[in-house]
Design a protein around this ligand. Structure first.
Ligand code: MG
Length: 162
């Protein structure tokens, strides 16, 4: 078994769509960044890469690389998973905490988990995404951005620990 952790944060700005877990969520603002700035998917990519001993997202998908300008982050997760799967790993489970004062994410969690599960060749039941807030503290608490912390357990293929 291999465990990995990932963390990401992006600022919220006007005039961008809000993409979380590959899902576009209706909201007045969106996350700013080089790609679609999907913090959940970015944290998951870092956790997967960390568990596999494959460095981090910046190493594989550099911000200076024009190929990744405006790219859908689910596509980056797909590339990441292709590499990690080839090393013989499967998802044991994935747990992520999203810190967002707004919008209310609960209605979207299942669809986000399904998006991630599909790319990671996993059952949705192995993917857990839970929202929380910063209780008004600091920049996250002021709604200036959204952060995500993800933990992934990888297991050798054929040993999914059912
Ligand atoms: Mg990011």
């Amino acid at each position: 078994m291999r465990i990995g952790i990932g963390y990401d944060v992006h600022p919220l700005i006007a005039g961008r769509p809000l993409i979380l877990g590959g899902l576009e969520i209706p909201f007045g603002k969106g996350l700013d960044g080089h790609s679609d700035a999907d913090v959940i998917t970015h944290a998951v990519i870092d956790a997967v890469l960390g568990a596999a001993g494959e460095g981090d997202i910046g190493h594989h998908f550099g911000v200076s690389d024009p190929r990744y300008q405006g790219v859908r982050s689910l596509r980056l997760l797909e590339e990441t998973w292709r590499r990690v799967k080839a090393k013989g790993f499967r998802i044991g489970n994935l747990d992520a905490t999203v810190v967002a004062e707004a919008p209310h994410l609960a209605p979207h969690l299942r669809a986000m988990a399904a998006n991630l599960a599909q790319i990671l060749d996993s059952e949705t039941a192995r993917i857990n995404i839970k929202p929380t807030t910063a209780k008004g503290l600091g920049p996250l608490g002021a709604g200036e951005g959204i952060a995500c912390l993800a933990v992934v357990l990888l297991v050798e293929a054929g040993d999914e620990g059912r």
